[in-house]
Design a protein around this ligand. Structure first.
Ligand SMILES: CC(C)(COP(=O)(O)OP(=O)(O)OC[C@H]1O[C@@H](n2cnc3c(N)ncnc32)[C@H](O)[C@@H]1OP(=O)(O)O)[C@@H](O)C(=O)NCCC(=O)NCCS
Length: 310
């Protein structure tokens, strides 16, 4: 572990990284509390990853048995893994413990033959920025998350509202797959969010979204396009990633998603993930100022990625 003479650790520096055990519950709770979850999207163990193939919470233990750091490792499918909930106790920070946790995750990912490892952080998190560069990760775009909570009354209103959007919305068919993928690749957008984790929207992922009727395309009269992929849909929550350079298409897709959300009678939370420079980000920022939507994080998010093959 990296440390300097003038910044000794508060305790012995022999840190062990291991799987969390039931006895670590208190220590992990203390870590989450000390790390201000709203700003950092901490969730220990990681939230919402209901389809994770394999999930493990790893903790950093100091020589005196204190849990001083933690991180959740999720195997999303056979090739992609996702890290979340990275945290180190304030008095143990800047001594390389996060680096040890990240290195540990890379070792697990290589053991599991993962192709990519990713996590997300707010763009203002200098420590994670530095940590990521130190370990050879590269940024995969800057994203924004917006949320709208539609209660029972808002859903009932939404069901009766006439659509104002001008662009035509179609549900994607299997034959549309390659054309849509080429649009996404050309615009450099090849990630989508599924259950809170950023994954590659490759041929298989798009085919799966089409099969579960969760991919929508918008086309405007002047050749503009927009795409929405629903990552997760439950009775009380819908999460979608939106792409495309055309504001009219973005507007129509947003209306479409709202109508879809309003099929719920109990109330629903609609979360939209979008690249920071997409028109939908501007539309939703305006809606935030009107108080209709809210930004999930204070700052834009950056996805970091490590390619483990090639
Ligand atoms: C982010 C966090 C886990 C880093 O833990 P840590 O053990 O202090 O990190 P490390 O000591 O391994 O430092 C990693 C790098 O970041 C740098 N760094 C650490 N804290 C920093 C800060 N506040 N500002 C700028 N750089 C910082 C370190 O110097 C090191 O870079 P170097 O190797 O070039 O010197 C810790 O600050 C934390 O728990 N923060 C609150 C929760 C959080 O933000 N989690 C991330 C969610 S994605």
């Amino acid at each position: 572990m990296k440390r300097t003479q003038d910044t000794p650790l508060p305790s012995d520096d022999s840190i062990v990284i291991r799987d969390a055990e039931p006895r670590d519950g208190g220590g992990v709770d203390a870590l989450a509390r000390a790390s201000n979850s709203r700003r950092t999207r901490l969730g220990l163990p990681s939230e919402g990853l209901d389809e994770s193939l394999h999930r493990v919470l790893r903790v950093a233990e100091a020589a005196d048995g204190l849990v001083v750091g933690a991180q959740a490792y999720d195997q999303l499918d056979r090739g992609q893994c996702w890290l979340s909930g990275l945290a180190v106790l304030p008095s143990y920070r800047k001594h390389g413990i996060a680096g040890l946790l990240l290195q540990d995750a890379v070792t697990l990912a290589r053991r599991d033959r993962m192709r990519t490892l990713r996590y997300v952080t707010e763009t203002t998190n200098d420590a994670v920025h530095q940590l990521s560069l130190d370990h050879g990760l590269r940024p995969r775009g800057t994203w924004l998350d917006f949320r709208r909570d539609l209660d029972e009354a808002a859903c009932s209103l939404g069901r009766n509202k006439t659509a104002l959007g001008t662009a035509a919305i179609v549900r994607l068919q299997p034959s549309d797959r390659l054309r849509v993928l080429s649009l996404l690749s050309a615009s450099g957008r090849t990630l989508f969010v599924h259950s809170g984790a950023w994954r590659t929207i490759d041929d298989a992922a798009l085919a799966a979204a089409i099969e579960r009727e969760a991919a929508f395309f918008a086309r405007s009269g002047v050749g503009g396009w927009g795409l929405a992929i629903i990552g997760a849909q439950r009775e009380d929550a819908i999460e979608a990633t939106m792409y495309g350079p055309d504001p009219a298409c973005a507007k129509s897709l947003l209306e479409h998603l709202r109508s879809l959300a309003c099929e719920s009678t109990e109330g629903v939370a609609l979360t939209i993930h979008t690249p920071q420079d997409a028109p939908v980000a501007g539309l939703l920022a305006t809606a935030v100022r009107r108080g209709e939507w809210h930004a999930v994080t204070e700052n834009p998010l950056r996805v970091w990625e490590l390619a483990l093959v090639g």
